[in-house]
Design a protein around this ligand. Structure first.
Ligand code: PEP
Ligand code: MN
Length: 646
């Protein structure tokens, strides 16, 4: 049973694990009650250091005053529903302007033991002490035993009281608490219901500078819905005691701000919500949660729940937040051709050089690639510009000679299910770029990755390159949805190939930007400096100038090989973006000023200023003076604008 008490169900695991390790060491987490209370279990659930407080009010004050980093509050119990003892003070706190966010939910299994001083017989127990919420959970069982209920402030506190008095009274508390105060457990669980459990919210003060996670959905039996509230499907409503002004009050967990706004006019209903996530927290792509079984059991390597795999070869670093752009010709046509193009793409900030030496062509009479001779041209070009090279292998006997010199082995779309080839590249000791087959499902794509990984190569980059649909205006249909659908299934980097998807140069930039905005870990793009004469995929090649525009749009960094005029165009583009952002910031700051005036709040808030400063310092690591000056300037501009409008 003690084991069950600590086997906690983590319901929201969205906290970034890396960030957690860095920031949450020595995280002080407060709870209401004495050591041994269920709140202590919840407080310790994610590695925090529990700290007990006598009341929920004191707990929330400590959070507000920064004495603790996080507070856990019980919201709901499986037997009695809403824990009003906690929800009411929480509502008071929020109503008084306390801005909270929920960062996690923890479900603690509850076994309410009936415990006495050693030697006490069950028949002698006439009274049982506990927290009112706990006593409500065993109303019937205690009544059956003829035991009267006595309210005190905490379950573990009840154990302490019983232990200190010469009494035959019992405590209703956890086994942990009973053992802690030297009591003997007479009845393991006096709850009226098996499978009892309490959900705790982990709350922090809102820090507007950071990404925050709102409370997610949580099902409840205590649904009190009006027709308006019915729109909140998936949200949890926890009732609060009504007051004269608002006869119906409730907590809404998991609703978004817009939907709450829509509800506000509903008369007689006060809706209180915990803080909302900052807009930038809505990451479109999230890798699988860590630590448990693979997402697809039969694909243990490809779908293991682990930290994002980062593939790193020279300048190419991809996955886990690192993004890469691989660029170069479809085919390596000559030593000079690949050298020229390598210089162009490297100067624009590409992180790897591509080029085919064995070409899978639909027509057997079309150019088939210059073979191994061209590998030397490719490698020489890569070496000259300092980029690793990526090239395709089509047959098992090509694997060893190519792996001897190339940095990354590509498996083309047509070979995605050439299982012997997958096994062979898996044994070659080089990272593998695995294209998705034009007719392959996401599962089949992951299955192909599993072949490579099972053979020994764990550095696999998955590449979405368009699938075949009824559409004929593009060569393939770039399946961004499929790429995103793969994201929660695998820890492997996911990239997109807009060139083979489009089949037309005019669409490449748009598709590239779409995939990038959707969170792709990288792109592979075909570039040719004389497309009209290209030996393969002429229609889809970007000329270097167009690739340069794309590179600017993707915020790659150019190098000093570019002519000065082009470097200036690069920095001009950044200045335009920056100026537009500054303008937007001023406009939104103005709206905030108006909102504060409407709600009678002070326009200046030193805590907010500190948060803004932190945002800039984090983003501008290493130039904290620049960060400070920028913030000074922005705040000054915002204030000036506000006073002009006054
Ligand atoms: C290539 O990258 O040149 C290529 C042939 O791609 P795919 O296998 O995606 O058609
Ligand atoms: Mn091609």
């Amino acid at each position: 049973m003690a084991l069950e008490e600590t086997s906690l169900l983590r319901e929201i695991a969205d906290r970034n694990a890396g960030e957690k390790a860095a920031n949450d060491t020595d995280l002080k987490v407060g709870y209401q009650g004495e050591p041994g209370a269920y709140g202590e279990v919840a407080a310790a659930a994610h590695g925090g250091i529990p700290q007990g407080f006598a009341s929920f009010e004191k707990l929330l004050e400590a959070l507000r005053d920064g004495l603790i980093d996080e507070a856990v509050l019980p919201l709901e119990n499986a037997v009695v529903g809403a824990i009003t003892e906690a929800l009411d003070p929480l509502a008071e706190f929020v109503a008084a302007g306390g801005e909270l966010v929920a960062v996690a939910l923890t479900s603690v299994p509850v076994r309410l033991s009936l415990a006495t001083r050693p030697g006490t017989r069950l028949s002698d127990v006439k009274r049982a002490w506990s927290h009112p919420a706990a006593l409500r959970q065993c109303t019937h069982r205690l009544a059956q035993m003829g035991i009267e209920r006595v309210v005190c402030y905490d379950t573990a506190g009840a154990a302490q009281i019983v232990a200190q008095e010469a009494t035959t009274d019992a405590a209703v508390c956890s086994r942990r608490a009973a053992e802690r105060y030297g009591l003997e457990v007479l009845v393991d669980d006096v709850s009226d219901k098996e499978q009892n459990g309490t959900r705790f919210a982990h709350l922090r003060m809102a820090d507007h500078a950071r990404a925050q996670v709102s409370l997610a959905f949580l099902r409840t039996s205590s649904m009190t819905a009006t027709s308006k509230l019915d729109v909140l499907t998936g949200a949890t409503l926890l009732p609060l005691a009504g007051n004269a002004e608002f006869p119906v009050r409730m907590w809404v967990l998991g609703a978004d701000a817009a939907r709450l706004q829509a509800l506000a006019p509903a008369r007689d209903v006060q809706v209180i919500s915990l803080g909302q996530p900052a807009a930038h927290a809505a990451r479109m792509v999230t890798p699988p949660k860590q630590g448990t079984e693979p997402v697809v059991k039969s694909l243990p390597h490809a779908t293991a729940r682990k930290a994002p795999t980062i593939v790193e070869v020279g300048k190419l670093r991809i996955g886990g937040g690192a993004r890469a752009v691989i660029a170069g010709p479809c085919s390596v046509e000559s030593a000079e051709q690949v050298m020229r193009i390598a210089k162009e793409v490297a100067a624009c900030g590409a992180t790897a050089l591509r080029g085919g030496i064995f070409k899978p062509r639909t027509n057997p009479y079309a150019f088939q690639g210059h073979g191994l001779e061209a590998l030397d041209w490719l490698v020489a070009a890569g070496k000259e510009v300092g980029l690793p090279v990526v090239t395709e292998v089509m047959a098992i006997d090509q694997v060893a000679p190519v792996a001897a010199k190339a940095d990354v082995l590509q498996i083309g779309a047509r070979n995605m299910q050439n299982f012997d080839l997958l096994r062979a590249v898996g044994r070659a000791g080089r990272p593998v770029l695995l294209k998705r087959g034009a007719g392959a499902t996401v599962d089949e794509w992951l299955g192909a990755a599993e072949y490579v990984m099972a053979a020994g190569e764990l550095r696999v980059i998955l590449c979405e390159r368009g699938i075949r649909t009824f559409e004929t205006s593009t060569r393939n249909t770039l399946d961004i949805g499929g790429m995103l659908a793969a994201r929660p299934l695998t820890h492997l980097p996911l990239i997109a190939d807009p060139s083979h998807a489009a089949g037309r140069a005019d669409l490449v930039e748009g598709l590239a930007r779409a995939a990038w905005a959707a969170g792709a870990d990288g792109l592979i793009v075909e570039v040719h400096d004389d497309p009209a004469r290209a030996l393969s995929d002429a229609e889809q090649a970007l000329v270097p100038a167009r690739f340069q525009e794309l590179a600017r749009a993707l915020a790659l960094n150019p190098d000093a090989r570019l002519p000065l005029a082009q470097l200036r165009a690069w920095v001009d583009a950044i200045d335009r973006d920056l100026a537009v952002l500054v303008q937007r910031r001023l406009e939104v700051a103005k709206v905030i000023g108006a909102s504060k005036r409407q709600t009678g709040r002070a326009v200046l808030d030193p805590r907010r200023e500190a948060a803004v400063r932190r945002t800039y310092k984090e983003a501008l690591q290493g130039s904290s003076m620049v960060a400070d000056k920028l913030v000074d300037l922005l705040l000054e501009a915002a204030k000036a604008q506000q006073s002009i409008d006054d």
